[in-house]
Design a protein around this ligand. Structure first.
Ligand SMILES: Cc1cc2nc3c(=O)[nH]c(=O)nc-3n(C[C@H](O)[C@H](O)[C@H](O)COP(=O)(O)OP(=O)(O)OC[C@H]3O[C@@H](n4cnc5c(N)ncnc54)[C@H](O)[C@@H]3O)c2cc1C
Length: 344
């Protein structure tokens, strides 16, 4: 019988990240499908807050490693905590969210336990009672379903692929799992955080909308001149009001990052496409972006797509968007921002 361990770290306030609640949905489905037992395992400086979020998950056991040494992400202590939980659970399959903290340590943990790992899973299921994992390869062009005989089998689940688990009922009692750290495992110290200014944080994976800015924003407009300041104001104004996530085309990213002095808030991390990211927002709006295939391939998981382009023959108009507004994006976004402002 499989023992499925749901594994996650907590946030500094003791709660689980949203991605963890999605991974829990996958772990529960796997336990049901394989008729296995479900064990929950959390680690962090605070874990009590997580218990309420795990209520009603139907687990046989709920384990926690709680230590001030786990307040900040650190390879040695995070790996030791994950290892302790996997051993205490006797896990044969470990399902964890693909957060940066876990993505960093779990390959090492699986190696220590003599197991195997598959990352970026988008689906976890049981076929004929055996666990299977679905993931994409070759920049989201091919989807494969995998089985493995090796145990323990670690699987990290990508955020945005599963519905988040909703707690119901009484919180489970957390069974404490001891963590013994040697001095060498405590050597790295986190002395502080340096984060970009709030305005510069334009990538928001949990936003409802992806707003893509293409190179058209920097091009000469009807009056024969580019309007970069206005473009920046319109884009930042919309992002601030709609709380949308900012994506860009490669042409736009290249202009912004190669010292052309435009769109200082844009980095290569905003780039969507074949050589960029493949975000998972429910809706997307492309502006001043042509909709060429190497860009649109990054929209694979965006279900509702709209575009604003002056060109009625742009790529979006060729079956790549649900709605194309053949219009001047400067005028459209000015109107949209005014409407959003009037709603408060
Ligand atoms: C190997 C390879 C990998 C690549 N990977 C990527 C990738 O990961 N991501 C990516 O994006 N691209 C990628 N590309 C590049 C891609 O093919 C395109 O060159 C790029 O996406 C074009 O960016 P764009 O649409 O912003 O710019 P442009 O092609 O310059 O299009 C600008 C658009 O803005 C419109 N426009 C201008 N003014 C306005 C206005 N006022 N209102 C409305 N519309 C307006 C124009 O009509 C035009 O359609 C790759 C290419 C190759 C060869």
């Amino acid at each position: 019988m499989e023992t499925i361990l749901f594994l996650s770290h907590t946030e500094p306030d003791g709660a689980l990240p949203r991605a963890a609640l999605e991974a829990l949905t996958a772990a529960r489905a796997l336990a049901q499908g394989t008729k296995g037992q479900l064990v929950l395992g959390v680690f962090g400086a605070e874990t009590a807050g997580a218990a309420a979020q795990l209520a009603g998950a139907g687990a046989q056991r709920a384990l926690a490693v709680t230590s001030p040494e786990l307040a900040a992400a650190r390879y040695a202590s995070d790996a030791a905590a994950a290892e302790a939980l996997a051993r205490a659970a006797g896990a044969t399959v470990v399902v964890a969210p693909s957060t940066s903290r876990l993505a960093r340590v779990l390959a090492g943990v699986s190696h220590r336990l003599g197991g195997k790992i598959d990352t970026h899973a988008t689906g976890v299921a049981a076929q004929d009672g055996a666990p299977t994992v679905t993931r994409w390869f070759y920049r989201q062009r091919m989807e494969a379903t995998l089985r493995r005989a090796a145990r323990p089998w670690f699987v990290t689940v990508d955020a945005g692929t599963q519905p988040a688990f909703r707690a119901e009922g009484a919180a489970p009692a957390l069974e404490a799992v001891p963590l013994a750290l040697a001095d060498a495992q405590r050597r790295t110290r986190v002395t502080g955080f340096r984060a970009p200014e709030a305005q510069a944080q334009t990538i928001r994976p949990d936003a409802k909308l992806l707003f893509v800015a293409g190179a058209g924003w920097t091009k000469k407009q009807a009056d024969g001149k580019p309007h970069l300041d206005q473009a920046e104001q319109l884009i930042l104004g919309f992002l601030g009001k709609a709380k949308a996530s900012l994506g860009s085309s490669k042409s736009m990213t290249d202009l912004a990052t190669e010292g052309h002095g435009v769109m200082g808030f844009m980095t290569h991390l905003n780039q969507v496409g074949q050589t960029g990211s493949t975000p998972r927002h429910a809706k997307g709006l492309a502006t001043c972006c042509h909709g060429e295939e190497p860009h649109v391939v990054g929209w694979r998981f965006i279900n509702e797509r709209r575009a604003v382009n002056l060109d009625p023959n742009c790529g979006w108009a060729r079956g790549k968007a649900d709605v194309v507004y053949v219009a001047d994006a400067f005028a459209v976004m000015e109107k949209v921002n005014a409407l959003l402002a009037s709603r408060g």
